[in-house]
Write a protein that binds this ligand. Structure first.
Ligand SMILES: [Zn+2]
Ligand SMILES: [Zn+2]
Length: 270
């Protein structure tokens, strides 16, 4: 079983509902020997009444207890930073404050708004919306240095109501190439987020697995670092759609995925 490198708990992620005990038990029941925990940390998130930043030192201390509880199940201590142009330097600095195993970067906002709540951006033509979102992903990977993984490049499509929308390479090949160039040059990983697959499938979208042209181009440019993450927030959603994602990656010619420990990539066979 490949490592599920992207999960949240209610203890430090304000939008998560599962406890660490639930996550540990589920991971063991599903046969994992290792999972990543990547709590949300959003610097200067738009005011929504929630606290999207947590006490890093408290997390560092709690994690020792979590690992004791987990026993032979290895827990990777991670964080998921939300990117905005004006917080790039802050992210790089904050990622060094405690010893993380893995640092994920994400774009959760569009023009400064949380599109999970604010639907305005979905009035744009999908192609324009996806291009502008991918420009932020590319900028994030170019401007930040202190990270390991670019998470869910397809997050913008998760909350659209148009079931035929889908992020594809052909919509903005120049931007995808910029994104991959930054990842490959800096030796950072591309995440396949299986919650996106699940959301598309459950929502009855016309497509669910990542566009093959995206993954083929990444590999053609020399990309080798693929991580898988289910982005679980609730009990029962660890490793959702993992089998399909692994089978799909193999069909495209990928042979290995990676997880990060002490900020270094370790390969495991798909
Ligand atoms: Zn995220
Ligand atoms: Zn997440």
């Amino acid at each position: 079983m490949v490592t599920d490198g992207h999960n949240h708990t209610k203890h430090f992620s304000v939008d998560a509902e599962q406890t660490i005990d639930e996550l540990i038990n589920e991971a063991k029941a599903k046969g994992f020997t290792r999972i990543g925990i990547t709590e949300h940390y959003e610097i200067d998130f738009p005011e929504d009444g929630l606290n999207w930043m947590f006490d890093l030192n408290e997390y560092d201390r709690e994690f020792v207890k979590w690992q004791e509880k987990a026993g032979e199940l290895e827990l990777l201590k991670g964080v998921e930073f939300g990117y905005q142009s004006h917080v790039a330097e802050d992210i790089d600095k904050t990622a060094s404050l405690i010893p993380f195993d893995v640092v994920l970067l994400s774009v959760h906002l569009f023009r400064g708004k949380d599109f999970y709540v604010d639907r305005e951006c979905y009035k744009l033509p999908a192609k324009d919306l996806h291009r502008e979102y991918m420009e932020m992903m590319a900028e994030m990977c170019e401007r930040c240095d202190n990270y390991d993984v670019a998470a869910h490049y397809d997050y913008i499509n998760r909350y659209t109501d148009n079931k035929s929308d889908f992020v594809t390479y052909d919509e903005c090949p120049d931007v995808f190439d910029r994104f991959f160039e930054a990842l490959i040059t800096k030796e950072k990983a591309l995440e396949i987020n299986t919650k996106s697959i699940y959301k598309h499938r459950a929502g009855g979208f016309t497509r669910d697995l990542p566009d093959p042209a995206i993954l083929n181009r990444y590999r053609q440019m020399g990309g080798k670092l693929i991580t898988l993450g289910s982005d679980s927030h609730f009990k029962g959603s660890l490793a959702v759609c993992f089998d399909d994602a692994v089978e799909y990656l193999i069909s495209l010619g990928f042979k290995e995925s990676v997880y990060f420990k002490d900020r270094k990539p370790y390969f495991e066979p798909l």
